[in-house]
Ligand binder design. Structure first.
Ligand code: ADP
Ligand code: MG
Length: 453
């Protein structure tokens, strides 16, 4: 392995350091270490999974820019995490592959399925009303692949657990049936493999890789949209596997019918099996997830701080975890104990301004009525004409997002409607905002108005 030149490495660190705040540098970027710099690939290692996720989420573009500045415009960045054995997982089943005696490798538990994050297991997946069905379906598929739910299609917005769930299936399936060939990959890697296969005239290898597995889990299939040649190949891969009773699992940021740039034959195949979504978690689920993550954190996190975070980050679990990480990282960095004041300080961007009013159903109704040019009385009333009915559904959706009112409570609030009507309204808006940009914009504007005033 060609070693990197120390001068370039120093240069890179200086460049990166100059582009971020000192706190960001110390907390997140200083700890990145070079593994190798060769063939135009700059390969770095982050001190932990936590760091890796954070860097990828928040600072990847900055790091990439520094890479191209120093190593040239063609240079590519790869960041991995150092595997850290967590005490909590010490009693997990250990895999029986022997570690090579030398060179001394970082401690790791190799998974029989490459490319999986060790912590994305069912054990670490907190189940709540928002994801119960998706979880059950995933579990069923893991326990009995090649069964009834084929393909399983899971869709959800960003940061709601799609990747976690797909990888949990992979972990669990091979644990139960070690002989199964399970392949997890992102649609992007699938694409890259495909391109590589074409370029190097190795399409047979590509086909062999994807058509001989027992379980294929393909993450983020929205990425396939519009890539015609790849879709053709994917179509055949799908058929080859499905015809042989092999299990397919897909994740996507929207339901199959909203993948408009797909041919019908593929879109309909996505719907052959079971389609399920994951909704944003309710406050109890958010709290439970924070509890679990706090268990992995190096510093004790008081309950009040967890609650503070759970109440402020509502629709993205990655952000939720990110907020907690930010607090624990800050505490570790400054050698302080965590308390509510510190958390509020570190998470100022999540903190409501002093004059912020509580978000009540009444405020949501008033704001929605104003935005849609109807009256609150009409929102509560019986009429189902459009666009009034849609405005009502938006108000229901916002109440669900921003308050902890139960569905029956909301039903009562909206003129004595049934809770299933509310659920339908909430789901409709959830679905529509993924395809209807105008509605998405209205909802986003309302969310911001309500959160920021
Ligand atoms: P997506 O693929 O939908 O964007 P991820 O699967 O990457 O979302 O999830 C984002 C983060 O949230 C991950 O760290 C994941 O472990 C965590 N997460 C998501 N859902 C849950 C859950 N139900 N319980 C615990 N952690 C979760
Ligand atoms: Mg994902």
């Amino acid at each position: 392995m060609e070693a990197h030149s120390p001068a370039e490495w120093d240069d890179f660190r200086r460049t990166l350091r100059g582009r971020v705040t000192p706190v960001t540098w110390q907390t997140w970027l200083e700890g990145l270490r070079p593994v190798a710099i060769q063939n135009g690939v700059v390969s770095l290692i982050a001190p932990s999974e936590f760091h890796l996720r954070w860097v990828n989420d928040k600072y990847r573009p900055i790091v990439e820019a520094a890479v191209t500045t120093v190593f040239g415009p063609e240079a590519r960045l790869v960041i991995d995490a150092r595997r850290e054995p967590l005490d909590d997982t010490a009693e997990d089943e250990s895999f029986d592959e022997a570690e090579p005696p030398s060179p001394p490798a970082p401690p790791s538990r190799p998974s029989p399925v490459p490319g999986l994050v060790a912590k994305y297991t069912f054990e670490n997946f907190v189940v709540g009303p928002s994801n119960r069905f998706a979880h059950a379906a995933a579990m069923a598929v893991a326990e009995q692949p090649e069964g009834h739910y084929n393909p399983l299609f899971v869709y959800a917005g960003a940061g709601l657990g799609k990747t976690h769930l797909l990888q949990a299936i992979a972990h669990h399936a091979v644990t139960l049936a070690p002989r199964l060939t399970v392949h997890y990959t992102t649609s992007e890697s699938f694409f890259n493999d495909f391109i590589d296969g074409i370029r190097r005239k190795r399409m047979n290898e590509f086909k062999a890789r994807y058509r001989t597995v027992d379980v294929l889990l393909l993450d983020d299939v929205q990425f396939l949209e519009g890539k015609e040649q790849l879709l053709e190949e994917f179509f055949h891969t799908f058929n080859a596997l499905h015809d042989n009773g092999k299990q397919l699992v897909f994740s996507c940021d929207r339901p199959p019918r909203s993948l408009i740039a797909l041919e019908d034959r593929l879109r309909s195949r996505f719907e052959w099996g079971l389609t399920t979504d994951i909704q944003p978690p309710d406050v109890e689920t958010r709290l439970a997830i924070l509890h679990r993550n706090a268990g992995f954190a190096p510093t004790a996190v008081p309950e009040a701080v967890l609650r503070f975070i759970a109440e402020r980050v509502v629709d993205n679990i990655r952000e939720l975890e990110g907020a907690l990480t930010r607090v624990t990282a800050y505490a570790a960095l400054t050698h302080q104990e965590i308390d509510l004041d510190m958390a509020a300080d570190v998470l100022q961007d999540l903190l409501p301004p002093a004059h912020r009013l509580p978000i009540t159903a009444g405020r949501i109704l008033a704001a929605t009525a104003a935005a849609f040019d109807v009256t609150v009385t009409e929102l509560e009333g019986p009429s189902r004409r459009q666009p009034l009915a849609r405005a009502r559904q938006v108000a229901m959706y916002l109440c669900r997002q921003l308050t902890d009112l139960s569905l029956p409570r909301l039903g009562a609030l909206f003129g004595g409607r049934d809770h299933t009507t509310v659920l339908h309204g909430v789901n409709t808006v959830h679905r529509l905002i993924q395809t209807d940009k105008a509605l998405f914009d209205s909802v986003t504007a309302l969310l911001q108005t309500l959160r920021n005033t």
